[in-house]
Ligand binder design. Structure first.
Ligand code: AMP
Ligand code: MG
Length: 401
């Protein structure tokens, strides 16, 4: 049995990030992972421009003239036609291009205008309110590094830099299926003894949220031949495979056996984690990584959040930050840990007066309670060997979703 840390390391070491690159337009690039560092051909600002509404002047004129002659008006988007000579000024608006000869902006509040004569009531600093060309970014410098996930803010940066075609990594294909004779789809009529497959939709959503393309493959009964066929197809077609169920030690639990028969190198058989102990991980020669996840819906989600999500992030080409981030929170209720396994308790995290409080939904005893997973947004991690957490204790919590 591997510790959680060992399992995490084995999994991350087994993941070979996707190298294949595709080109997307700017408007389709949000949430994609940048494959090459982007630089722009443009300086930013593109040219010297005014940060305020006011007048473009020569700073040196302030000592020599009591008033200036206004020779041109420069709104944003207009190319100045005249050069400012000694004793002259141009009306200018925010974003307007600084005319030749001017070096300083005096804001309109500090001026008085009579006809085309301008009086300056309060002197600006030299070069005040001039945004110099290239002062924020110089053409050719790295703007966004390879391996970042493109955000809405990045879209603004890329648009302004005229980077409208982007090289991104191909999204990972993730095959997902559920195993078990007892399972039916959510739209089927429930017969006595049956269980509705709740894992598939949840796992597909986690995959999509993490930039993967879910390939749902349905429900596979506990039949060795059918299971072998499905697993073989999934390994051929996907970068990552997530199956749930069939990894315990019951008589119908065939997954590990089939993985080995198909040439998979079994890397993990079980993890000292609660819930989710019987996690099976195998690596195939085509680089496909297979996660045999326990079928219990709570275990399946915890395994997916704790172990699959980091693998998916690394696989997608994200350069760093694969592991979950834990924050410190205050326990809002009592919790029980486990003497042999690291425990993950699901619940809700709330910010109260600037401090995170974690409220547990399902105690460690109720991993069969699927309903109280609703609106789970965090998992509390109780280290192995810590048996009791009291109200007010500090605990480590990871956000999910
Ligand atoms: P297993 O890991 O196959 O032994 O399944 C453990 C428990 O989880 C059993 O009660 C299963 O019926 C249930 N289970 C397995 N797969 C799913 C699923 N896809 N959706 C909901 N429950 C499941
Ligand atoms: Mg089963």
């Amino acid at each position: 049995m591997k510790s959680v840390k060992e399992a995490e390391k084995i999994i991350l070491d087994s993941v070979q990030p996707i190298q294949e690159i595709e080109t997307v337009n700017l408007e389709n690039s949000c949430n994609r992972v940048l494959a090459t560092t982007v630089s722009s051909k443009l300086d930013f600002p593109y040219w010297d421009n005014s940060a305020m509404d006011g007048y473009a002047i020569k700073y040196a004129d302030l000592a020599n003239y009591s008033d200036l002659e206004i020779i041109e008006e420069i709104p944003a988007g207009y190319q100045p036609q005249k050069t400012i000579l000694s004793g002259q000024a141009a009306r200018i608006f925010t974003g307007g291009m600084i005319p030749e000869g001017a070096d300083t902006i005096v804001i309109q509040e500090n001026t008085q205008k009579e006809g085309n004569k301008l009086k300056i009531l309060s002197s600006p600093q030299p070069q005040q309110y001039v945004r110099k060309r290239g002062s924020f970014y110089q053409a050719g410098n790295p703007m966004l590094e390879a391996g970042i996930t493109i955000t809405p803010a990045d879209l603004a940066v890329l648009a302004t830099a005229q980077c409208d075609r982007l090289s991104v990594y191909r999204r990972p294909k993730v095959a997902i299926f559920s195993t078990g004779d007892e399972l039916i789809t959510p739209d089927a009529t429930l017969q006595p003894g049956q269980i509705i497959d709740s894992n598939q939709s949840a796992l597909a959503a986690i995959v999509a949220q993490n930039g993967g393309i879910p390939l749902p493959m349905g429900i596979v009964p506990d039949n060795k031949e059918l299971l072998r066929k499905t697993i073989a197809k999934a390994i051929r077609e996907a970068d990552l495979v997530l199956s749930t169920g069939g990894v315990s030690v019951g008589e119908y639990d065939y997954v590990e056996e089939i993985l080995a028969e198909l040439g998979g190198k079994i890397q993990i058989r079980s993890v000292a984690v609660k819930p989710g102990k019987p996690l099976t991980v195998a690596k195939f020669s085509n680089n496909c990584l297979y996660f045999g996840i326990p079928g219990n819906p709570v275990s399946a989600l915890v395994s997916c959040w704790r172990f699959v999500q980091p693998a998916l992030k690394k696989l997608s080409g994200v350069a760093k930050g694969w592991q979950p981030e834990f924050i410190s929170a205050i326990a809002a209720g009592e919790m029980k840990g486990n003497s042999k396994r690291e425990s993950y308790l699901w619940g809700k995290i709330n910010l109260v007066d600037g401090i995170y409080h974690f409220e547990v939904a399902g105690g460690s005893k109720s991993s069969g309670n699927l309903i109280n997973l609703a609106q789970t947004n965090a998992l509390a991690m109780i280290p192995l060997g810590v048996n009791n957490i009291a109200v007010g204790d500090r605990i480590m919590v990871m956000f999910v979703n």
